[in-house]
Design a protein around this ligand. Structure first.
Ligand code: GLP
Length: 241
């Protein structure tokens, strides 16, 4: 594992964007696994700048997002599809039909998840997977559980996640209670993994995830077993490491 502590949020974002830009430049037809949340917004901004500067192209890239709320339409302003359109896809030259987000509007959880897992396999598997980190150590929406879930599945969100994400909805009652997410197995099969975390409120979980024991109680800790992981945090998130 490569563990990098950047000076601040902007430096973390630039360093993480460079890893992605480097991967896309050396593998122009790669499969990128993408993430949502507040943390990657800055790095997506850096990638858009690189595209606008003419030094980066996504024209042959395929993307798969980690997760989506169950029950939200792609047009809903808190859906992860909307987030990706707004923060990256509509600003760069990625082909719309090569971008994938689990279908939160599909009520048949088993069908939605199986189709997603199959689409990833048909694309040849994930190349570089970007991850943020939940306060309880979740990656994607893989919450602390008795074991590590293998494939894309439907999860019931924990109170901690619902509370954390309620800041983005009108009221806590509007936060969906379920989501579709890649499994830990899906994520671990990626060739490379890049994790970003920022802010003092992530310091404890960053330390537990990357320097504590590997346990499904802290889903991100499994990344210690991956052969090619880069973790980039800002000083505040890295304060206990
Ligand atoms: C959400 C997403 C995760 C994300 C996490 C942290 O629950 N499902 O993929 O990593 O929140 O988000 P933030 O970066 O806003 O702290």
């Amino acid at each position: 594992m490569k563990f990098i502590i950047a000076e601040d949020y902007d430096a973390m974002s630039r360093a993480a964007a460079n890893v992605i830009a480097g991967y896309v430049t050396s593998h122009p037809d790669c499969v990128l696994g993408l993430a949502t949340g507040s943390t990657p917004i800055g790095l997506y901004g850096c990638l858009v700048k690189d595209y606008e500067a003419g030094v980066l192209s996504f024209k042959d890239v395929t993307s798969f997002n980690l997760d989506e709320y169950r029950g939200l339409d792609p047009q809903h302003d808190q859906s992860y599809r909307y987030f990706m359109e707004h923060n990256l896809f509509s600003h760069v030259d990625i082909e719309a039909d090569r971008t994938h987000v689990p279908d939160g509007a599909c009520p048949d959880a088993q069908a939605a998840c199986a189709a997603y897992e199959q689409a990833i396999a048909e694309a040849g598997g994930l190349g570089l997977q970007l991850l943020g980190l939940g306060h309880n150590g979740h990656i994607g929406f893989n919450e602390p559980a008795p074991d590590f879930p293998k494939y894309t599945h439907c999860v019931t969100l924990t109170e901690s996640t619902i509370n954390a994400n309620s800041r983005l909805f009108d009221s806590i009652d509007d936060v969906p209670r379920e989501a579709y997410t890649m499994g830990i197995g899906t994520i671990m099969a990626a060739k490379e993994i890049l994790v970003v975390a920022s802010g003092a409120d992530k310091a404890d979980i960053v330390h537990r995830a990357f320097f504590g024991p590997v346990t499904p109680d802290v889903p991100a800790s499994v990344l210690q077993f991956h052969p090619n992981v880069t973790v980039i945090v800002d000083k505040e998130a890295g304060a206990l490491c």
